[in-house]
Design a protein around this ligand. Sequence first.
Ligand code: FAD
Length: 517
Amino acid sequence: MVRRIQLRVSLKEESQPNILLKKTAKYLSEDEKNITIKVLRKSIDARKPSIYFNYKMEVYINEKPSKTPDYEFKYLDVSKAKEVHIIGFGPAGMWAALRCLELGYKPVVLERGNNVQDRRRDLKAINQDHRVNEDSNYCFGEGGAGTYSDGKLYTRSLKRGDVRRIFESLVHHGATDQILIDAHPHIGTNKLPKIVQNIRETIIEHGGEVHFNTRLTNFTVKDNKIKSLQLQNGNEMKVNRVILATGHSARDIYYLLNDKKISLKAKSFAMGVRVEHPQQIIDSIQYHCSGERNELLPAAAYSLVEQVKNRGVYSFCMCPGGFIVPAATAPGEVVVNGMSPSKRNNKFANSGIVVEINADEDLYKYEHFGVLKGLEYQKDLERLAFTAGGRTQTAPAQRLTDFVEGKLSADLNPTSYQPGLNSAPLHSLLPKLIGGRLRQGFKAFGDKMKGYYTNEANIVGVESRTSSPVNIPRNEKLEHPEIEGLFPCGEGGGYAGGIVSAAMDGERCAEAATAGL
Ligand code: FAD
């Protein structure tokens, strides 16, 4: 017999051996040796000082759970199959390629950046020498923007596909099966490269192709149908179906499409700064403790949102126990983002705090840029950060309360941001639309989380790559309405926001691109 039950385990109980088994046996009035537990979900309830773990479980009484995973991935040998070209090997491109293997089509992936191993050198060059390789950086390269990240896997887009399928395929490629259980699963930047490499190996082993250092520079359209791809190495490839999964930082692709008069739309997005607190401050607020957090508890996270003058101000991509990283994709700009190792054991907590930018109402000074107005606005802010940071990858920063009170900081707090910080008057440098709302937002956050609004935190500029400022349209067949065979996909098209939703969109585009091929 199988029973589904929920149990609460206190922090004190959690440290006791076999506590779940003991509590379950007692709850069901069964003998411990007759039951086997399969945990379905584990979450932490820290709303009150007495913290609990909530478990959802399947309990097998006098029987054993099946070891078969929910999904079995059957990848076919596609070496002689029809080809689907995939531009970009981020989550959207990777899962598009995996889905092609299941459907019996050969994915040919073209990726502008390096493989995960060589990409490390490019990241070191940004962090230590302030040199940005325009093809291989924190956003570009094998695994896309998701490789050197926190690897948070939660998504709000539950309806947009099967989240569980993506999780199971991550486990299939080496992720811990803990991600199937945790209410807020994450993988960590130290584990992601191996998983990404395993995905690449699956693709190649089954007859697919993955080409690194291969940037798409142009393509040919004839009779409204995509015909060939031109690459930066001078090669040309004849194509039939192309999945365009180049992410939201591939500005050259938006320019290319716009120059070719292929329709695009301006899209609302968000920009702001990254705030960094000592992790201990966040732990003490969230876990109601004064010193170190209990060792059974993970580094605490938070999620904040406030409406300020008709625009949302909210936390984005919060990284507990993490690092702020330089996420620029070209020289002359400063962009910050965050990542964490799997243990989230760094001593800082960072999060983007961003303001909604409404493409129809907020960008009137940029109207002459047409559909690319948001992109140009983004670029201006990143250039401003570069100048204010000191014209290197050093980022402009300010103590949090100084920012809100409009004072230049005499000095800054310690930081995890490796290229370093430069004190700058962000309160006056940021456009009012963003700076003014952030200042009000931070104060409101301080009311919601006592201790959050503190001069022990820095704000670091700028957090500008939250989502795409451009939408590449597609029809009900997921094809660009004007170009047969071109399938805009993932975050770059405006169809995803995060690793999991991009992966799900990749799967959907593979299904659409192979239909009737
Ligand atoms: P991308 O991941 O951007 O991939 C696009 C790929 O296309 C890149 O590899 C790029 O090199 C390639 N490309 C671009 N132009 C060309 C071209 N012309 N020719 C060939 N190839 C090209 N999301 C989460 O859900 N959880 C997180 O914890 C998280 N943390 C993040 C941390 C950081 C530092 C960053 C930068 C992002 C983070 N994100 C996170 C966001 C997440 O990474 C993206 O939402 C996701 O990667 C989007 O997937 P994608 O495949 O659509 O695009």
